[in-house]
Design a protein around this ligand. Structure first.
Ligand code: EPZ
Length: 424
């Protein structure tokens, strides 16, 4: 497993372009299973997760080429319909194969995803939605068996939680269903609207994506997808928090500031000077970091995927902050590692009490999940001395060319490869 070596403190300065959004491109890749032909996706980041998803599509019989950031998916003759445990256990997003396979093939066999570092992550809302569209769902031997031999039919679906995955999965299934489907209390994350835009361009009839109610009128078939993925708002937010933490001056380009409003508000409260244009955001910090309270919430609230990173920033604030995690109450695996760098954090249920300190110091730490790893990198930039972060394959799941991007901002990261480990 590779290790990152960072000598702090460093000050980040410069401009960085973010990549296409991991959490939009993964479902768009499975959406290609809805069509017959060659779909072309642009701005597809080169990540472990996109290569895992490409592998899943190949297992299903599709042909996938990923050339630079251009991806072509040929689903002219794919004939399989099972997403095996070996793949799903490594990436929960594999469950996105369920909706398209059910819609196009009338059946699907998808492994139930395991838990993750922060507790179980059920898919009950995905399955409820498919049943409302007329599918017969049975669970056995750790697999979801879904069948709709006569095709899916439209229905009204209310989500008791605005689940991103369930909204997207059921929306993809509904585009080929007979009749109208309405999703109520749908997730409003920008990735939902991105997938809807890709599907509408291929002939789907989806209205209201990005709002709390989405209406889908089923069509008999779709044309191949032609889509350029939206910018990764979590990657953009990660770089902006790094700019604040290091007292730097960072401009993130090719992003959408309207996807970052909750974060930009917090960064300003923490003492950053924030400027934004149509597709860029600039963060500078001139004085100390001020403490603020943060509570994660569904979009447009503060993103849970930026919780670990903002906590790293609050760990060097001049006061006490409360970080409340409402989406995944256990999403605090980064806390123990941040403490090793000198952060003063006390956990009380789903609330972290962060007492800022001016003195983080480098130490060996271990990445535990994608966003926790990002928090460790940011803290290493602010710490005195050397930090070694092991198990950085977590980082490689969701951040494209991260060493190059940070090096361009004046923050070198040395990657030590562990040759004899397949996970490296
Ligand atoms: C997506 O996960 C993202 N992943 C996550 O990002 C992100 O943290 C999450 O949305 C919330 O924004 C991808 O898009 C690939 P949910 P998802 O369904 O769809 C509960 C990252 O770091 N729930 O919105 O799985 C669930 O347990 C990853 O890039 C059910 O109870 O999230 C959670 O408490 C990590 N039943 C809440 O809803 C269900 O059927 C929100 O989950 C589905 C979800």
């Amino acid at each position: 497993m590779d290790t990152f070596v960072i000598d702090g403190p460093v000050r980040l300065e410069g401009r960085v372009r973010v990549s296409g959004a991991k959490n939009a491109v993964l479902p768009v890749m499975t959406a290609a299973l809805l069509v017959e032909g060659v779909s072309t996706l642009q701005r597809v980041p080169r990540l472990r997760d996109t290569s895992t998803m490409a592998h899943l599509l190949r297992v299903l019989g599709a042909r996938v080429e990923h050339d630079g950031n251009l991806m072509r998916i040929d689903t002219s003759s794919y004939d399989y319909w099972e997403a095996p445990y070996e793949l799903v256990k490594t990436m929960r997003a594999s469950v996105y194969a369920l909706g398209p396979l059910l819609a196009r093939r009338g059946k699907a066999r998808v492994s139930l995803p395991g838990g993750c570092a922060w507790g179980p992550r059920p898919v009950d809302l995905h399955l409820m939605g498919m049943e409302r569209l007329g599918a017969k769902i049975t669970l056995s031997h750790g697999y979801v068996h879904a069948e709709a031999p006569n095709g899916l039919r439209g229905g009204e679906i209310f989500f008791e939680i605005p689940s991103v995955g369930a909204t997207i999965n059921v929306m993809m299934a509904a585009v080929l269903a007979k009749g109208r489907t309405t999703l109520v209390n749908a997730a409003r994350e920008p990735e939902v609207a991105d997938i809807a835009a890709a599907l509408n361009r291929a002939g789907a009839r989806i209205e209201g994506a990005g709002g709390y109610a989405i209406q889908i009128d089923g069509v008999p078939e779709l044309r191949p997808l032609e889509h350029a993925t939206m910018a990764d708002r979590i990657e953009a937010g990660t770089f902006l928090i790094a700019g604040l933490m290091t007292g730097g001056d960072v401009t993130v380009e090719a992003c959408d500031p309207t996807h970052l409003q909750a974060l930009l508000e917090k960064l300003q409260q923490m003492g950053a000077e924030v400027e934004a244009g149509p597709d860029w955001v600039r963060v500078r910090r001139v004085d100390g970091v001020r403490p603020v309270d943060v509570t994660t919430a569904p979009f447009p609230g503060f993103a849970t995927d930026l919780q670990a990173q903002i906590m790293a920033g609050l760990a060097i604030a001049d006061g006490v902050s409360l970080v409340t995690e409402t989406i995944y109450p256990d999403r605090f695996t980064h806390v123990a590692e941040l403490r090793r760098l000198g952060a003063q954090i006390r956990l009380d249920g789903n609330i972290a009490v962060v007492t800022g300190t001016a003195h983080l110091s480098g130490a060996p730490v271990m990445a535990t999940d994608l966003r926790a790893s990002a928090a460790l990198i940011l803290s290493a930039f602010a710490a005195e001395g050397r930090t070694e972060i092991s198990r950085v394959y977590h980082i490689d799941r969701g951040y494209e060319s991260i060493e190059e991007k940070f090096a361009a901002l004046g923050a070198p990261i040395e990657r030590r490869r562990d040759r004899d480990d397949p996970e490296a």
